[in-house]
Design a protein around this ligand. Structure first.
Ligand code: FAD
Length: 332
């Protein structure tokens, strides 16, 4: 492994289209504090791309969450995400600051940006991690599912920065007040003059990202699997969700059978959620599904098979027919 370049842990602070800091940044930040402590309290920095005069609105958030340094790029050309612009500026910054660890949220944007950065820097990237730790040698130990989710692999990176992406809702935010005197460092964007942006954004339409955010923020998720059988089952699920103020989600086979859109798929190849209540209806409970919901605060499972795996992780199990149970509940 090359000589360690230990200028702290760097995080990407993605701004949403509505100009909020994406919640995944705060989740990563909390984990970064833990990793920093294990590495002797190394510095935590954030990287932010904004349009001019926007950073002011975010300063308190960065201070209160204990970010030591914020590197920000302000330019009208950065108002919307651009692979070329963002990755070029990010790579230059990393070459200058030389962080030991770089963490990026596995949002649509992060999934585009992270591999671009890692290949430019010839470093390794462990994507969609579900745990991050520091091993006895002080290396980032990034754990993610492998072999179709049947095994967990802990992966070490041979180069710096050691890069990892983590999906939203994998880590929990505890709202600790870390208040520090954050240093805000404005970085030069003139290099953009030499670049060609190959994508012109004509208009933004809220579609999938919007639905995804609904699931991200839902306190109650009512998820349906193949036990619901067809559209009628999902209509009943929607009525059930409406009655209890829940948001509908689904398993992969339900999505593949056209019963729900992919944006509401939970699991290894879908979303990770952490609601207060997750009601799994007609879902068998395979690892590829449960990896996306097993950190929910309370899990209720309705399944007609008393041996279904889902009951192993459910706090409350109801053995019976989904249609009968929910119909009775709706009529009550
Ligand atoms: C690489 C890979 C990635 C994957 N990614 C995902 C993923 O992201 N998300 C995901 O969900 N899956 C994923 N899968 C698929 C996963 O392995 C399972 O096949 C899937 O989760 C099962 O879906 P299900 O529970 O809806 O269906 P089934 O396994 O068919 O289970 C249906 C359940 O409904 C119950 N049931 C039947 N009738 C009733 C009734 N009337 N009332 C109540 N219960 C009833 C049955 O007892 C059964 O337990 C992935 C698989 C692979 C290989």
């Amino acid at each position: 492994m090359p000589e360690k370049e230990s200028n702290g842990i760097m995080l990407y602070a993605q701004l949403t289209h509505e100009n909020y800091i994406h919640t995944v940044f705060f989740e990563l930040l909390e984990k970064a504090h833990e990793l920093s402590q294990k590495l002797g309290g190394i510095e935590i920095s954030a990287v932010c791309f904004t349009s001019p005069d926007t950073i002011e609105g975010f300063k308190d958030a960065f201070r209160n969450m204990g970010v030591n340094k914020v590197y920000y790029f302000e330019d009208t050309r950065l108002a919307n995400y651009s692979t070329e612009y963002y990755s070029k500026l990010f790579v230059n910054l990393i070459q200058e600051v030389k962080p030991e660890i770089l963490l990026i949220g596995a949002t649509n944007q992060g999934r585009d940006l992270a591999p671009r950065i890692s290949s430019s820097l010839h470093t390794g990237l462990t994507a969609d991690c579900i745990e991050l730790d520091i091993n006895e040698k002080g290396q980032l130990a990034a754990t993610r599912p492998t072999f179709g989710g049947e095994l967990m692999a802990t992966i070490l990176c041979k180069n710096y920065p050691q890069m990892a992406t983590v999906r939203p809702n994998v880590f929990k935010v505890h709202n600790v007040d870390y208040h520090v005197d954050t240093e805000f460092i404005k970085k030069d964007t003139s290099i953009l003059d030499e670049l060609k942006n190959h994508v012109e954004i004509l208009e933004f339409k809220k579609t999938i990202e919007n639905e995804i955010n609904d699931l991200d923020n839902a306190d109650i998720i009512v998820a349906g699997g193949m036990g619901l059988k067809n559209e009628k089952g999902f209509e009943l699920l929607q009525k059930f969700a409406n009655k209890i103020g829940g948001t509908v989600a689904a398993t992969r086979p339900a999505v593949e059978n056209g019963l729900a859109p992919h944006s509401v798929q939970i699991g290894q190849t879908g979303k990770t959620v952490r609601p207060k209540l997750y009601i799994a209806c007609g879902i068998s409970g395979s690892i590829q599904h449960t990896v996306g919901m097993d950190k929910s605060e309370h899990i209720i499972a309705i399944n007609n098979d008393p041996d279904a795996q889902i009951f192993n992780i459910a706090d409350t199990g109801i053995v019976g027919d989904f249609f009968e149970i929910v119909q009775k509940y709706l009529e009550s």
